[in-house]
Write a protein that binds this ligand. Structure first.
Ligand code: C5P
Length: 238
C-alpha cells in the first residue's frame, strides 16, 4: 500500500489554503504526495508549499515553466529552496531551457525535473492549429526525447501515451500521468483519460488525481481506491 500511496499524487486544485489543508487532513498521514499548481500557488503563495513540506509531504510543484533559460533556472532554484520534490518545465521550450532547469535542480538532492510534453486537453486538431502537423503521439515522443537528452528525470504525459513512452524512454524514467479518473466518474476536461490501473499497467510511475478524489462524496475512500488500483497495476516495477 505504502509504495502505491507514494505514486498517487493528489492535485490540490483549490482557491484557498484552508480547503487544501482540509483535504490533506481528511486523507491523513498515509497520503504523502500532493501537487500544488498555479491556482493555489498564485492565490496563497509559497507558504502553502512550506506548510506541506513541514508536514512531511512530498510536493510536486506544477509550475509549467516556459521562459528563457535564465528565468527558468531561477524558478527551479526557488522551488528547490522550498523543498519540493518535483517541478515541471514545458519541453516545447526547447533543449537549452530543459538543460538550464536540470542544472538548477542539481544542488537540491531529491528535486526532480519533469518535462511536460503535450497537455492532456489537446488533440491532433489543436496541435495543427498551432502549427504542429505530426499529431499528439509524434509530438509527445519528440518532446520526451528532448527531455531525456537534456537530463530530465521524466515526463508528464497523458495515459494514452504512457505505453509508447515506457518503450521509448530509458529504464527508470518517471512518467507522471494526469488525466486519470476513477471508474464511474464522467470525463472532466481531459481529452485523453484512463483509470489509474490502466495508466500504471501501461508503465506510468505516478498518477495525478484531482477531482476524482476531492469531489468524491468520501475523498479518503476514493484515495484508497486509487492506491489499490495503483498497487494492482504495479508488478511492472517502474
Ligand atoms: O482532472 P483532475 O482534477 O484529476 O486534474 C488533476 C490535474 O491534472 C490538474 O491539476 C491538471 O494539472 C492536470 N490536468 C491536465 N489536463 C487537463 C485537466 C487536468 O493536465 N485537461
Amino acid at each position: 500500500m505504502s509504495e502505491a500511496a507514494d505514486r498517487v499524487i493528489v492535485a490540490l486544485d483549490f482557491e484557498e489554503a484552508a480547503s487544501a489543508f482540509r483535504l490533506v487532513d481528511t486523507l491523513g498521514t498515509d497520503a504523502r504526495h500532493y501537487k500544488v499548481g498555479l491556482q493555489l500557488l498564485t492565490a496563497e503563495g509559497p507558504a502553502v508549499v512550506r506548510r506541506l513540506v513541514e508536514q512531511g509531504k512530498r510536493v510536486f510543484l506544477d509550475l509549467k515553466l516556459h521562459e528563457i533559460p535564465n528565468s527558468v533556472a531561477g524558478a527551479v532554484t526557488a522551488a528547490g529552496r522550498l523543498g519540493v520534490s518535483m517541478v515541471t518545465v514545458h519541453a516545447s521550450a526547447g533543449s537549452a531551457v530543459l538543460r538550464a532547469a536540470v542544472e538548477a535542480a542539481r544542488p537540491f538532492a531529491g528535486l526532480q525535473v519533469l518535462a511536460l510534453t503535450v497537455i492532456t486537453s489537446l488533440r491532433d486538431a489543436d496541435l495543427r492549429e498551432i502549427g504542429v502537423e505530426g499529431g499528439v503521439r509524434d509530438q509527445v515522443l519528440r518532446l520526451a526525447g528532448l527531455a531525456v537528452a537534456a537530463g530530465c528525470h521524466g515526463v508528464v504525459a497523458s495515459p494514452q501515451e504512457v505505453a509508447l513512452l515506457r518503450e521509448a524512454l530509458p529504464p527508470g524514467s518517471l512518467i507522471v500521468t494526469p488525466g486519470t479518473q476513477l471508474q464511474g466518474d464522467g470525463a472532466h476536461d481531459h481529452a485523453r483519460v484512463a483509470t489509474p490501473l490502466e495508466a500504471v499497467r501501461d508503465g506510468a510511475s505516478h498518477v495525478v488525481i484531482g477531482r476524482s478524489i476531492y469531489r468524491a462524496a468520501d475523498p479518503l475512500a476514493a484515495w484508497r481506491r486509487a492506491c489499490d488500483e495503483v498497487a494492482e497495476g504495479l508488478g511492472g516495477g517502474y
